[in-house]
Write a protein that binds this ligand. Structure first.
Ligand SMILES: NC(=O)c1ccc[n+]([C@@H]2O[C@H](COP(=O)([O-])OP(=O)(O)OC[C@H]3O[C@@H](n4cnc5c(N)ncnc54)[C@H](OP(=O)(O)O)[C@@H]3O)[C@@H](O)[C@H]2O)c1
Length: 267
């Protein structure tokens, strides 16, 4: 059975207007899915939808919405009406880079709302419907920052740990109910959102940034096979080393020092 026959007709990408989200949208359209694409910027969504429609014969619903808003889920339910969502990628995320105490609480709460509360709400609503229909697939984007404490991106890392653990739990609960869930755990990906922070290499041993299209390819290949995975061989090796061979304190220090250097954080 091919990928689309396995999962259904319509795929939703939450956080789709550029970078990795746009790469997911393209790849899912290439597999023949109709799309529901969500982001805050209408024009970026429209440009993406036009370019997808030139390549693939698929229907596309665009939803302009801040996914972290209290009524975001309701806005999306209204916009998609009775279109069942058969496949979902929860991609949107927010991150504050810097000393924890230098950002107001509201900044941290906003990150928690988008990355954790909204992903939970979306997975609960659309995942439960998939369980009712006995088929579906969910990819939750997460990060290597979620494998241990991550200094200077502490709240982001904590939400990404939440995403991975949520996906793994649901992988177990739903695997025999026809719904596949996977956490895609990434190191740096070459997206505008990442490069706009002007990162520098943290060390000469740091692997090359991941390419969005390769991340998507790996995620679409891994769903249904594993509860979570680290994307890219070099990052898998590095993460194995940090999680299993180094003392935890050393790993946490390595990640905090690396983030500080990468984004030129001054304490
Ligand atoms: N890039 C990396 O280095 C990296 C590393 C590890 C993990 N990840 C994970 O990969 C995913 C993608 O990250 P990315 O930074 O590379 O971004 P991206 O997929 O290139 O862009 C983020 C998308 O999400 C949308 N978005 C952001 N906030 C939103 C909101 N509140 N409501 C609706 N849409 C929103 C943005 O569109 P609008 O601005 O138009 O709303 C944009 O289309 C995230 O889950 C991230 O944690 C990224």
């Amino acid at each position: 059975m091919n990928f689309k026959d396995k999962y259904g007709n319509t795929a939703m990408v939450a956080g789709a207007s550029e970078g990795l989200g746009a790469a997911y949208a393209n790849a899912l359209a290439a597999k023949g899915f109709d799309l529901v694409l969500i982001a805050r910027r209408w024009q970026a969504l429209e440009v993406l939808a036009d370019s997808i429609k030139k390549k693939f014969s698929v229907k596309i619903i665009l939803v302009v919405c801040d996914i972290s808003a209290d009524d975001a889920l309701q806005q999306i339910i209204n916009a998609t009406a009775d279109t069942p969502i058969d496949f979902m990628v929860f991609n949107a995320a927010a991150c504050y880079i810097g000393p924890f105490e230098k950002a107001p609480l509201e900044t941290h709460l906003q990150i928690a709302r988008l990355n954790a509360v909204s992903s939970l709400s979306f997975v609960h609503h659309f995942g439960s419907k998939m369980v009712e229909r006995k088929r579906g697939g969910i990819i939750i984007m997460t990060s290597l920052a979620g494998f241990q404490g991550a200094g200077y991106v502490a709240t982001y890392g904590a939400t990404k740990a939440f995403n991975r653990v949520l996906a793994e739990g649901l992988w177990y609960e739903w695997k025999d109910l026809g719904v596949d869930v996977v956490a895609c755990c990434c190191g740096p990906i070459d997206t505008p959102n990442f490069t706009n922070n002007n990162p520098v290499k943290a060390s000469i041993f740091e692997p090359k940034y991941l390419v969005p299209e390769n991340v998507v390819k790996e995620a679409l290949d891994k769903i249904g096979k594993v509860p979570s995975f680290v994307c890219g061989r070099a990052f898998r090796v590095a993460n194995f080393f940090m999680q299993h061979l180094l003392p935890r304190k050393t790993t946490i220090k390595f990640v905090g020092d690396g983030t500080k250097k990468m984004f030129d954080v001054s304490a």
